[in-house]
Design a protein around this ligand. Structure first.
Ligand SMILES: CC(=O)SCCNC(=O)CCNC(=O)[C@H](O)C(C)(C)COP(=O)(O)OP(=O)(O)OC[C@H]1O[C@@H](n2cnc3c(N)ncnc32)[C@H](O)[C@@H]1OP(=O)(O)O
Ligand SMILES: O=C([O-])CC(=O)C(=O)O
Ligand SMILES: [Mg+2]
Length: 321
């Protein structure tokens, strides 16, 4: 049973509630003109599959990719969350055609790349609303993930995060680096401001936040270090381009036994303290109070979402969003 002690409300878009229950550690890009990769994508176990009809698809293949993607979505049920990256509706001549074909195929999310202004989100949201209504689907059947890939987008990020149907945001670092006129560094100092800014805007709006791709598939150690880094910043998950990167993301983002055991101890001890009218206690020599309890509950929630059984004593559960 949930404990009735309340913590500060995290503001949320109501449409995010269903989306938030999903695991969102890994989002794998799959080029939309590669039927073989689309067909096998689900077996690799990423939390989300992002079929791309934007930059991994050449102009000559846009029509094919759009139709193949729609057909795949309509003809089979994916275990993973499905996302389709469309071409931008006003920056390219392909975006409206993408929306016409992809939205009726009912992906879980549309990814709007190179988002610079909330008005662009409104174009996508309007199309989704029309299709949902025409088909009698509940509002929020299809939501939007925006990608920030330019300085202009970054400066407008707070408003974009509050755009209609926006439930998640990602950084598109390759385009962002190009716009910034910098290159790739190790560690990626050039991305720190964007990563932090996007993260803060996402938290303020109560939406999920996913980091960019790491394109060197042959450098698993470098990849792991980057995943650990963005997790430490506060990100919910990471995009990837190759199945071999999924396991690393899940290892980093799934709480381990030690972390879970400590969180359970914190929650049980705190519930016990409250029963004894104490608001602050010590567990293993460390002070425990409200914010530490919130973090412990999030560890338990993440572990359970990943399929790990975690039991807490009566009255030690919190709804921390
Ligand atoms: C800046 C940006 O916009 S980044 C986002 C856009 N980029 C993308 O979408 C790229 C996605 N990734 C890919 O296309 C590929 O991984 C590449 C081109 C990078 C490398 O491809 P390959 O050389 O075929 O990789 P590799 O041989 O190691 O693949 C091993 C297996 O995994 C499959 N695979 C590789 N990447 C993916 C993927 N992203 N999705 C699904 N399956 C994949 C291959 O089809 C292959 O399957 P098989 O063993 O059944 O033949
Ligand atoms: O969004 C991503 O991670 C991939 C991308 O388009 C970019 O880096 O420009
Ligand atoms: Mg890009």
């Amino acid at each position: 049973m949930a404990n009735d002690k309340t913590f500060p409300e995290v503001k949320t878009n109501p449409l995010t509630e269903a989306a938030k229950k999903r695991l969102s550690r890994s989002m794998m890009f799959v080029p939309g003109n590669t039927p073989k990769m689309i067909n096998s994508a689900d077996i690799h176990g990423s939390d989300s599959i992002m079929i791309d009809i934007e930059d991994s698809v050449p102009i000559t293949e846009k029509d094919t990719a759009r139709l193949l993607t729609a057909e795949a979505l309509k003809s089979r049920k994916f275990r993973a969350e499905t996302v389709v990256r469309i071409n931008h509706p006003t920056q390219t001549p392909y975006g409206y055609d993408d929306l016409d074909v992809i939205v009726p195929a009912k992906p879980d999310m549309i990814r709007l790349p190179k988002t610079e202004d909330v008005s662009e989100v409104e174009i996508v949201a309007k199309k989704i609303e029309e299709v949902e209504k025409a088909n009698g689907w509940p509002e929020g059947t299809i939501n939007i993930i925006v990608a920030i890939e330019s300085v202009r987008g970054l400066y407008n990020v707070r408003e974009i995060c509050h755009g209609p149907r926006v439930v998640a945001i990602a950084l598109g670092a390759e385009d962002y680096r190009a716009d910034l006129r910098t290159g790739k560094h190790k560690p990626a100092v050039e991305l720190l401001f964007a990563r932090q800014t996007i993260l803060h805007a996402a938290r303020e709006a109560g939406i999920r936040v996913i980091d960019t791709v790491f394109s060197d598939v042959k450098d698993p150690q470098g990849f792991r270090e980057e995943v650990e880094f963005i997790k430490a910043l506060g990100y919910d998950g990471k995009s990837c381009i190759h199945p071999s990167q999924i396991k690393i993301i899940h290892e980093v983002f799934t709480p381990d036994e030690k972390e879970i055991a400590h969180s359970v101890k914190v929650l049980n001890s705190y519930a016990d303290a409250l029963r004894n009218n104490k608001g602050v206690i010590s567990v293993d020599g460390k002070m425990i109070d409200g914010p530490i309890v919130v973090r412990a509950q999030r560890v338990v929630d993440k572990a359970r979402a990943a399929g790990i059984k975690v039991e807490l004593e009566e009255g030690a559960e919190y709804d921390v969003k």
